[in-house]
Design a protein around this ligand. Structure first.
Ligand code: SF4
Length: 229
């Protein structure tokens, strides 16, 4: 059973003295892994990157899951004030330079956590996009942190079946036609014929969250604290 495999892997990391953490975007597809982790060891820190651009429904859903599962969730926010997150035309970077916006709001806040830990558990799946198809269940990432992807071989249907089996809650925006849910400016309603994550950064060249590009490399491609003027 794959859940037993996850439990064994986490026990092995623990026995080896590895410091572990999880990140989650708290959407419906995040729920099975959060539920599994809560059953294995609810004390594992779950970092929640609050970019300041999230849907209020996501914040409420996160609070609900913390209550229901007893999770140890810790919020992370950027040190860069929103007034400094605009380009020279006074547009937020998410519209003119979304990679940089993700850098400020996701990658930089996670840097200290990576430096303090040995294993980063996250719930990406191979069936979500081409980048994730090339990932491995375990692979070294930035700052020599092992990325552990326990859901990599789960399908969208597996996730739905697990949620049904355990009668787990859905993100409130699911019912409104949202499929993959991230920051509000970069999320559209589902494009059902183009894949689950086609609804993210619609109309832009960007297709993947920076957490799974820049931080997937053993040698970081980023410079801490480098900000545009
Ligand atoms: S998903 Fe969009 S709003 Fe959120 S950090 Fe990335 S570019 Fe910015």
């Amino acid at each position: 059973m794959r859940i037993d495999t996850i439990a064994q892997k986490i026990e092995a990391y623990r026995n080896a003295g590895k410091r572990m953490f999880l990140t989650s975007s708290f959407q419906s597809q995040s729920v099975p892994l959060l539920h599994i982790i809560s059953q294995i060891d609810a004390s594992i820190p779950v970092y929640f990157l609050n970019t300041g651009f999230l849907f209020p429904q996501t914040i409420r859903f996160k609070n609900q899951l913390v209550h229901d599962f007893g999770l140890n969730v810790i919020g992370l926010e950027s040190d860069v004030a929103k007034i400094h997150q605009m380009d020279s035309d006074h547009h937020f970077f998410y519209s003119s330079d979304p990679d940089y916006c993700c850098h400020i709001n996701k990658i930089l806040p996670l840097e200290p956590i990576l430096m303090q830990n040995d294993v980063w558990i996250n719930g990406i799946r191979a069936d979500q996009n081409a980048n994730r198809r090339n990932m491995k269940p375990e692979q070294m990432g930035a700052h020599n942190v092992m990325r552990y992807h326990p859901m990599l071989d789960w399908t969208k249907q597996d996730v739905a079946d697990y949620r049904t089996k355990f009668d787990l809650p859905n993100h409130p925006l699911d019912a409104q036609g949202y499929d993959s849910i991230g920051c509000e400016p970069c999320t559209s309603k589902a494009f059902t014929d183009k894949g689950e994550r086609a609804s993210r950064w619609s109309g832009m060249k960007k297709t993947e969250c920076g957490l799974h590009t820049a931080l997937a490399e053993e040698t970081p491609q980023i410079k801490i604290g480098v900000l545009k003027k």
